[in-house]
Ligand binder design. Structure first.
Ligand code: KG4
Ligand code: ZN
Length: 335
């Protein structure tokens, strides 16, 4: 039996969880800094780090309490080591590694995107490699051929804005608050897409790369050309969302054809988008698996789980605390 504490502080959510290899997820807690950053229209790195410092240890306490475990029962501490905001990562990595050292147990630095990708297993324990993963978050848009644990081949990725970033920037243009993705999706739900024609970027070209920055520019041009009423903005949001979803659908279909995989895992914050979930599940000839919505966006449970897998595989990180703001997923090797 292995009990792992997971700590996530890569961006603007402080997430902490307890994962037990035999019993599964025992407890998880999340503190979102959305309100702190809302006034600035985006994440302010310095404020993010300061808030993680304030919130992390009280959350660890709460998780131990709700999971009915004591610190001295932990067998490993996993923390997000990258990619993410440098200062924010350092908070979780320093606290997590120091805690592990004090307890005399292994510290495990976890790759944030691997954790997103593995999060589907929190509920789908029987999911086995190989499978295709569509990783869609605020910083990444990638189609990943998951061959084995740790063995990830990037088949395609965004050449400019990540899809979550495109949602956030377009939401800002439409006068919506931060974080923009969920707000834009809510607005789109009462829109009529037929009034605006958005491009489907890169679909006419072969390959699996994406480009989303043009959609935001298209939204801006269209917004300037109309009155910008509430209904105009809802219609624009709807047309934008459908263009994104159809682009992701077509590239994912190509990637499934290329790899021959029959299972698709959708991971990352944009995986919480309802239209994306519905379209992929109904339009693809593959088994489509999503983490629960709360485990699509950043959380501690995915870090505890991914850390538990790495601990079982023998990973132990040294006392020199490492945090890597940039860390390509493809640099991980087969476990
Ligand atoms: O995975 P995540 O929580 O953080 C990163 O690792 O980046 O993803 C956050 C991104 C943000 O861009 C947010 O706007 C987007 O996911 N997002 C959504 C939805 N929920 C979160 N985008 C569209 N529809 C949603 N329902
Ligand atoms: Zn994330």
């Amino acid at each position: 039996m292995t009990l792992v504490l997971g700590i996530e502080t890569s961006c603007d959510e402080t997430g902490v969880a307890l994962y037990d290899a035999a019993r599964g997820l025992l407890a998880h807690e999340l503190y979102s800094q959305a309100a702190t950053h809302a006034d600035y229209g985006g994440v302010v790195p310095e404020l993010a780090s300061r808030d993680h410092v304030r919130k992390l240890l009280p959350l660890v306490n709460r998780v131990l309490h709700s999971g009915a475990r004591r610190l001295d029962q932990l067998e490993g501490v996993a923390y997000t080591a990258g990619p993410g905001l440098a200062g924010a990562l350092l908070v979780g990595a320093a606290a997590g590694r120091a805690l592990a050292w004090a307890l005399g147990i292994p510290g495990i630095g976890v790759h944030h995107m691997e954790a997103h990708l593995q999060a589907a297993r929190l509920d789908e324990a029987e999911l086995r490699e190989p499978f295709l993963c569509l990783l869609v978050s605020g910083g990444h848009t990638q189609l990943v051929d998951v061959r084995r644990h740790g063995d990830y081949r990037i088949l395609g990725e965004s050449r400019d804005d990540a899809v979550g970033e495109a949602f956030d920037k377009t939401a800002k243009l439409l006068g919506l608050g931060y974080p923009g993705g969920p707000a834009l999706a809510r607005l789109a739900a009462r829109g009529d897409a037929s009034r605006f024609t958005f491009p489907r970027p890169m679909l006419h070209r072969p390959g699996l790369d994406f480009s989303f920055s043009g959609l935001k520019t298209h939204a801006l041009t269209a917004l300037r050309a109309c009155a910008g009423s509430d209904q105009d903005r809802a219609d624009l949001a709807c047309a934008f969302e459908i263009a994104v979803v159809e682009t992701l659908l077509e590239k994912t279909r190509r990637a499934l054809r290329l790899t021959g995989h029959d299972t698709l895992v959708v991971a990352g914050g944009v995986g919480a988008n309802r239209r994306l979930r519905e379209v992929l599940a109904s339009q693809l000839a593959a088994r489509v698996i999503y983490p629960r919505v709360e485990f699509c966006t950043d959380n501690g449970a995915m870090i505890a789980y991914a850390g538990c897998l790495r601990l079982a595989a023998g990973q132990r990180d040294g006392l020199q605390i490492a945090a890597r703001p940039r860390w390509p997923l493809s640099e991980l090797g087969p476990v």
